[in-house]
Every structure is written in C-alpha cells, then in structure tokens.
Design a protein around this ligand. Structure first.
Ligand SMILES: Cc1cc2nc3c(=O)[nH]c(=O)nc-3n(C[C@H](O)[C@H](O)[C@H](O)COP(=O)(O)OP(=O)(O)OC[C@H]3O[C@@H](n4cnc5c(N)ncnc54)[C@H](O)[C@@H]3O)c2cc1C
Length: 280
C-alpha cells in the first residue's frame, strides 16, 4: 500500500522531498493514469506520494508591470477564472479534457508531464515562459524550452519543485490558436498551433510560432521568426517557400494511435502558411 505526505506548507514539502524518496503529486490526472493497475485495483507506486496540490505558496497569480507569475498548483479550471491570464492560454485550457479533469489537473502537472501533446506547452513556449525551480537549498529560473528535454524528460532535480511560471508581458495584435483533435471536446491533440504577431503599419515587429505534437518537443524555430521579423506582409508572402523549408526540417512527427506523421506534417505546414498569409 502506498503512503503519502501532506505537508503543511511549501518549506515542509521541500524538506520531505530532500529527505525521503517520494513522488510529487498535484492533481494526479497524469500520475494515476501512468501508474494504473489491473481493473478495480488501486494504482501502483514504488514510493510514497508527496501531495502539493493544496499548498498556498503554489496557488494564485501575481502581476507586476512587466510579468505575470502563475503558481504551479493552480488548477486548469481556476486559471480560467483569473483576469490576468492571457486569453490565448485560457483558450488552450478550455480545450483540455473535460471539466472534471480541469478541476483536478494543474498547470504545473501539464508542464512536468512533458508530453508533446501537453496543450499549455506551445502557448507557454510562444509567450517565452520561464520556470522557477526551488529546492531546500537552491532556486533557479530556466526557460521552458530548456526545461523540457523530450517526452517525459525534464531537467528537474529529484529535490526540486516547480514553483511558478513567469510570463513576460508582451503586446500582440494578431493571435491565432488551433488545436487539431479527433473531435471538438475531450480529445488529446493530433497537433496544436499557436501564432502570435505584433504587426504595425504593415510590418511584422514580433512573431512567435509554436507547434505541439509534431516533434519530441514543441517546435519553435527562432531562425524562421528572425527571418520573418521586420519584413512587410507582402515580402513574407513572396518568401513563403523559404519559410516553409525552414519549418519543414524541424517538423518531425511520428505515427501513433491519434494520427499519422504525414497528416501532422502536412497540417502543421499548412497552418503556418495560413497564419502568415491570412491571419497577420
Ligand atoms: C481523461 C484525460 C484527458 C486528458 N486530456 C488532456 C488534454 O486534452 N490536454 C492535455 O494537455 N492534457 C490532458 N490530460 C493530461 C492531464 O490532465 C494534464 O497534463 C494535467 O495538467 C496534469 O496535471 P496534474 O496536476 O494532474 O499532474 P499530476 O498527475 O499530479 O503530475 C504529473 C507529473 O508532474 C509532476 N508534478 C506535478 N506538479 C509538479 C510540480 N509543481 N513540481 C514538480 N513536479 C510536479 C508529477 O510528479 C508527475 O510526474 C488528460 C488526462 C486525462 C486523465
């Protein structure tokens, strides 16, 4: 039978993590599925669980002039009720699973699970999110792109907790999000696409494109973004083949139960073109 720890605060959670061999448990919506057992038996765990889902230090959001800090134990549902959360992040959350899962699942769990199909990830990549990792003796900030190494692979040390997500504020007057799934609700992505741009007087001042489920990690290609930046819209259209070729090399999907590599690559490249041709 698995045991559990219910720390009274964040410091106690870090202490337990430092001293015991435990698995962090927030909403459990990934963890329980990953450790599922035969029908009607409890999930199987090799070590005790450390419940962090109710720690107040990991809840709520803080806004400053230049950034937004989100506690990682915020449930997906609770973020939909927060005024300061970017609308595009809310849009991606509304399309995750069902209300019951969103009421339990946390944004920190979505990140730490590091699934290529994690729906908040492309948005956080595009927004340039940084993550605050804290242990009993240290604290560091890393870019989300450096935090995730591949499917289920993250750089979190055994003694660290992902405490918060920091999103720098930025202006975008063009926003396009698309989750491609087998149905409108309660579907894991075949792929997902986010395009953000700031366009002024017909010129692209900032552009971010991130695509999920088309490679082991979310695809965000700085070389392509740099190529597009400062160009006017007509020039982007005439350079579309060059832009497509940059992305073509980076989009390396797989076949799985949800889709095929060919479908994913075709749709991802078309969404990039659609965004650049008609949505900016
Ligand atoms: C039916 C169903 C449908 C789903 N549909 C979708 C979907 O459409 N889109 C989608 O993106 N996801 C989906 N999910 C996956 C899941 O609900 C989300 O990834 C959710 O955000 C996970 O959060 P959690 O708090 O439940 O994570 P948990 O299961 O508690 O934890 C996940 C992992 O992260 C670690 N962890 C959690 N929090 C922290 C922290 N703060 N610091 C360090 N480590 C931490 C845990 O140790 C574990 O390894 C679905 C799940 C189910 C069961």
């Amino acid at each position: 039978m698995v045991g559990g720890y219910l720390p009274k605060d964040f410091d106690e959670a870090l202490k337990i993590l430092n001293e015991k061999d435990v698995t962090i448990y927030a909403g459990g919506t990934d963890l329980m599925v990953r450790n599922k057992n035969a029908a009607s038996l409890l999930p199987k765990f090799n070590n005790d669980l450390l419940y962090i889902g109710n720690l107040k230090e990991l809840k709520g959001i803080k806004e400053s002039d230049d950034s937004l800090e989100i506690g990682t134990a915020c449930t997906l549902s609770s973020l939909l009720r927060e005024k300061g959360i970017p609308e595009v992040l809310k849009e991606s959350i509304r399309q995750i699973a069902s209300p019951a899962i969103r009421n339990m699942g946390t944004i920190g769990g979505n990140i730490c699970n590091a699934s290529p199909a994690g729906d908040t990830l492309p948005i956080l990549y595009a927004l340039g999110a940084k993550l605050k990792l804290v242990s009993e003796n240290s604290s560091r900030e890393v870019h989300i792109e450096d935090f995730i190494l591949g499917p289920r692979k993250i750089i979190l040390e055994r003694t660290e907790i992902l405490k918060s997500i920091i999103i720098p504020k930025a202006e975008f007057n063009k926003v396009y999000y698309e989750k491609v799934g087998a149905r409108k609700a309660s579907a894991i992505s075949k792929l997902s696409f986010i395009g953000l741009a700031e366009v002024k007087s017909g010129k692209v001042k900032d552009i971010r494109i991130a695509i999920g489920s088309v490679a082991p990690k979310v695809v965000r290609v700085r070389a392509a973004e740099d190529f597009i930046k400062e160009k006017n819209l007509e020039d982007i259209k005439s350079e579309m083949e060059k832009i497509r070729n940059i992305y073509f090399k980076e989009i390396v999907p797989i076949d799985d139960q949800r889709s095929t590599a060919v479908y994913r690559k075709t749709v991802a490249l078309r969404l990039i073109q659609y965004f650049l041709n008609t949505r900016i």
